[in-house]
Ligand binder design. Sequence first.
Ligand code: C2E
Ligand code: MG
Ligand code: MG
Ligand code: MG
Length: 283
Amino acid sequence: RAKSQQRAGHFYFSRSMGVEIRERVRMMHALRTAFGQNQLFVVYQPQIDLATRRPMGAEALLRWQTPDGKFISPDRFIPIAEYSGLIIDLGAWVMRTACQELVDLRKAGHLDFMMSINVSQVQFRHPHFLETLRKALEETGAPPEYVELEITESMAMEEPDMLIKMLGQIKQTGVSIAIDDFGTGFSSLSYLQRLQIDRLKIDRAFVTEITGSARGSSIAEMVIQLGRNLGLAVIAEGVEDERQAQILQALGCPLAQGFLFARPMTATALNGWLNNDTLEGAA
Ligand code: C2E
Ligand code: MG
Ligand code: MG
Ligand code: MG
């Protein structure tokens, strides 16, 4: 690649790019080692019903803690996993782990609970994606109707025909599909209508804006309305304070996720959190 670009005369290998690439390669190796040595784990962030404040499900989120205790953000290492191809194995592992956790929660009595799993576009485009999904469901025994895949809006924008076909095949397994970070891309209404999706996730940026200026809530409002018109569920992400929750509820948003309700937590902590919540509800 570098060579052909060089030949075309557009490629300048600056010193800072060298540092940048070296850093990326270093991280790529570190990530691979970390994955092999079980330094990666999955945490779960509850999703709640805004009206009742009851937990309805959780989103699985990947974590990397290095041996010296530092956390590296998925916003940093997911792109590297994608770039190196490791995301295929890593993503399959997250899928299986989250499905297994769903099954374990069900065994503990939490039956009406959804598990949302993030899927990278690199995973999604891989020819074995469907097989990986089916295997994760079958081998863990996770009920597909309680599993949701999150794809990003920017991903939904590319290759519409391929996406429409893939979504149709995914839907046949029984899992549902959410569009993550919704509002940050530019999907047209007519295009959205052609996609077999179940939920829209309002991006945190628009939730943050809600309490700002008078017009701050306009995008959140639009997404909620859009969901209603298309018959899709809507969930707001990144809800950090009570005022945001109140406004979202007043706008007709049924579901939310954010630090106000719970931070992402380990499987063990989630089980405890759910048991506590049930007790509180019963008291
Ligand atoms: P995302 O899928 O949009 O996930 C939501 C992010 O918002 C998570 O960040 C979560 O910890 C954070 N968040 C939730 N509530 C709040 C809040 O109230 N305030 C603030 N400030 N943040 C909140 P996280 O875990 O760092 O993940 C970042 C991104 O990395 C995710 O964004 C997702 O795109 C990607 N990611 C994480 N795990 C996976 C994975 O297993 N597979 C793939 N493909 N991507 C993943
Ligand atoms: Mg997500
Ligand atoms: Mg998101
Ligand atoms: Mg995001």
